[in-house]
Ligand binder design. Structure first.
Ligand SMILES: [Zn+2]
Length: 767
């Protein structure tokens, strides 16, 4: 599982050719300090270490591992998922790592019975299966789970059908204005427009008795490109599986929130688990969806609701009824995390954790194995360095997680089980997931932004022959130039164009960093290449296969090697640096941007509300002239009261001063090579490694105490998408005005704690 992105196809080659050199020339002015966190002598040694690391990376290894690991179905509980864990365990040991498999027992419902039929004058029974296709060797294998959405409820329901577009909050408002009620109905929604799990959740909240989610070819099929096997896009029978657990409450095993799902863990009853839905849910293909959509009557769907199928989209309800059955086997299944440790020589109690998951929905060549084989390549190369006599200063922990797809389970349960030790020791978590050709997507804690930039500056893009960083910069600038670009994308493009560090994205959710960053407060990074590949169309389907990957993913595995270089260099630098390579001024700068955004959000909301009121007053008159109009005007929003963001403003301003003082002290120390007693250095790094934790609030976010980070969280209504300063931002968006003021103060408090800790660092560094 990872963010599913459908990118516009851009012809970048010529742009890069002119842009790359100009930006590279401008760079020198920004990086005056050399390798961040290193004295000049240790920087030279590190450079040579990284060269020796790179020399060990062989694309043929990645190809072999990917082929073998994706040769059979890899869903949780399958024999091959376990075989892959055993395979990796043997490899890590062969390469000299101290490795073991850690097992948890999680609730993992697997399908027992699924059926979908249209009753009435034109009966139709959905196939609910994905056929083998020519040229895809694994597509006819046995042992594949049928397409389903894990953590929907059991149910056998017969009801009329209503089309709810993407099934997002605005779609329900629109339905209501048309006088269409989904209570007692089955809702059909299309993929896109928001996170998968919100569709059935909102359908349930609006009183629907069942929910279907189909892939429309507009987003996910022939309207995007040729379909598999001719091209890479989703064929008519392809289905997107996926979890619909309400992970915005908490990810991991639904029965053990906040604690590891060890054998003796206290478990909730299934009926009490807040993240499990009550209504049956089923994902279907556009072939299966077509007769159902054709059965809809009622008003014609508004233009923005129409997909690319050759039919007139109606909102419904249908006259003919639909019969939906979903029954699952609600038993516990074992999951297998592979954990490999290489103990540090001088600071063994400071850990760098690097992870990728290994379970897939079916074969999972793209998601997750393309990222997982890069992680294996790093581990092999590091093993070779150890055999040459090198040892990291800090401890490296390499992990291949199980059960990410049903809900980030392997990583979450491990992080919850070892919470105390991780909060004491882990200084950075580095994640990857799927990987393909194109641009580096880098997200994470902003204190790691400079580290990512320096590393990306030293790795060459295999196609464009500029640094990965310059290609990332060009990508952001092109995205920001798009006329429909969101304001925050435009802001990032502007920063990228200035020629210094390329800004990284904030992290929401959708992959295994969530527990580390958002629950434990450990600085985290997420990395992956994409943009030139075609994986949108086969995401979470039978066709996410080796044969698909070597045609439409990364045929030469050069981007797999490039990912291994970027992630590996980050791990090695963090392991060996004199001072942990985290730059807190970058966090402070980013926070300033967020605070400006929040002020603008309040102002815009106030303006929009006033405009809405004016419009409604006039609209009421216009409507009275047009009694045939089928759409009722929107509900009148309440006025925006006075909002107090002053605590945030003050905290951000004070943090800026402290960050400047720290940077000045740091630069003085760096110039003289960080000479200090070993105990002082250890103490400094321990404090630095815990900086991010200061941004956690023990009580967590409103209504979801598992999420403790006060700066980054997945949005309640965006699923994977991030909400920065979430306590405040989501309260403004939901118009919960008292909560805005409350979380402005709560967030200011954690920022003050962060600043106090930074001042301690400065004092210690000055000694
Ligand atoms: Zn994944």
């Amino acid at each position: 599982m990872t963010r599913l992105k459908v990118r516009p196809v851009l012809a970048l080659a010529c742009l890069l050719a002119t842009f790359g050199s100009a930006a590279a020339a401008g760079d020198g002015a920004h990086d005056t300090g050399g390798m961040f966190g290193f004295s000049p002598a240790s920087a030279a040694a590190q450079q040579s270490l990284e060269q020796r690391f790179d020399a060990q990376l062989d694309p043929a290894d990645l190809r072999d591992w990917l082929k073998q690991m994706s040769s059979q179905p890899n869903q949780v509980g399958s024999p091959h998922d376990k075989a892959n864990a055993d395979f990796m365990l043997a490899k890590f040991r062969e390469w000299g790592w101290d490795a073991h498999i850690e097992t948890f027992s999680v609730l993992y419902p697997s399908p027992k019975k699924e059926a979908l039929e249209l009753l009435g004058p034109h009966p139709f029974t959905a196939t609910l299966s994905e056929p083998a296709v020519a040229g895809d060797a694994t597509s006819n294998l046995q042992g594949v789970l049928p397409p389903y959405n894990v953590f929907g409820g059991d149910g056998d329901v017969t009801a009329e059908l209503v089309y709810a577009n993407y099934g997002m909050p605005d779609d329900y408002k629109d339905l209501a204005r048309r006088g269409i009620d989904v209570r007692g109905k089955i809702v059909i929604t299309r993929y896109g427009g928001g996170w998968r799990g919100l569709k059935p959740k909102l359908a349930q909240e609006h009183g629907a008795v069942g929910c279907l989610i189909y892939s429309d070819p507009k987003e996910d099929g022939y309207a995007q490109g040729d379909v598999y096997p001719q091209g890479g896009w989703r064929p008519a029978q392809g289905v997107q599986r996926g979890s619909v657990a309400d992970m915005q409450q908490y990810p991991g095993d639904p029965l053990t929130p906040g604690v590891g799902s060890t054998p003796d863990a206290k478990r909730l009853a299934i009926k009490d688990a807040k993240t499990i839905l009550k209504i049956p849910v089923l994902p279907i293909s556009y072939a299966d969806a077509t007769p159902l959509l054709q059965a809809l009557t009622g008003p014609v769907a508004p233009p923005s609701w129409r997909g690319s199928l050759p039919l007139t989209y109606h909102v419904g309800p249908s006259v003919a009824k639909v019969h939906l059955t979903v029954l699952s086997d609600w038993t516990q299944k074992p999951i297998y995390d592979v954990i490999a440790v290489l103990k540090g020589s001088t600071a063994p109690d400071q850990w760098i954790v690097r992870g990728n998951h290994h379970d897939g929905w079916v074969f999972g060549a793209w998601d997750p194995l393309a990222g997982n084989v890069a992680l294996l390549a790093e581990a092999k190369a590091i093993g070779a360095l150890v055999k040459q006599g090198w040892r990291p200063n800090r401890t490296l922990v390499y992990a291949s997680w199980d059960a990410e797809e049903p809900g980030l389970m392997g990583s979450t349960e491990w992080a919850e089980t070892h919470a105390k030790e991780l909060q004491d020791k882990a200084v950075l978590y580095i994640n990857s997931d799927t990987n393909g050709r194109g641009f580096l997507d880098a997200g994470g804690s902003h204190s790691a932004q400079h580290l990512i930039n320096q590393v990306a500056d030293g790795v060459t893009d295999p196609e464009m022959h500029v640094s990965v960083r310059e290609r990332m910069r060009a990508h952001l600038m092109v995205d920001g130039n798009d006329k429909d670009a969101k304001p925050e994308v435009k802001d990032m493009a502007k920063l990228a164009a200035e020629g210094g560090d390329v800004p990284i994205q904030a992290l929401g959710s959708g992959s295994d960093y969530s527990a580390f960053l958002e629950h434990l407060g450990i600085a985290s990074i997420d990395l992956g290449f994409s943009g030139e590949d075609d994986n949108g169309g086969i995401y979470h389907s039978l066709y996410d296969s080796y044969d698909h990957y070597i045609r439409f993913g990364d045929p030469s595995f050069e981007y797999g090697v490039t990912l291994a270089k970027v992630a590996g260099h980050i791990a090695l630098r963090t392991a060996d640096a004199n001072m942990l390579p985290l730059r807190f001024g970058d966090f402070s700068d980013t926070l300033d941007r967020y605070v400006v955004e929040l002020h603008k959000l309040v102002d815009d909301t106030r303006k929009d509300t006033q405009q809405q009121h004016q419009l409604l007053d006039q609209h009421a008159f216009a409507l009275s002239m047009d009694p045939t109009r089928p759409v009722a005007p929107p509900e009148r929003d309440s006025d925006v009261p006075a909002i107090d963001l002053a605590p945030l403003d003050k905290a951000a301003k004070q943090l800026k001063q402290s960050a400047q003082a720290y940077a000045a002290t740091y630069n003085t120390r760096a110039a003289t090579g960080f000479h200090m007693p070993a105990t002082q250095q250890l103490q400094l790094n321990e404090l630095m490694g815990r900086m991010e934790q200061a941004l956690s609030n023990p009580d967590g976010l409103p209504e979801r105490p598992w999420f403790k980070h006060m700066i980054y969280a997945p949005g309640m209504l965006t699923g994977y998408g991030v909400k920065t300063v979430p306590g405040v931002r989501e309260a403004i968006e939901a118009r919960r005005w008292a909560e805005v003021n409350q979380y402005s103060a709560v967030t200011a408090k954690v920022l003050d704690r962060y600043r106090t800790q930074l001042d301690q660092l400065t004092a210690l560094l000055k000694k």
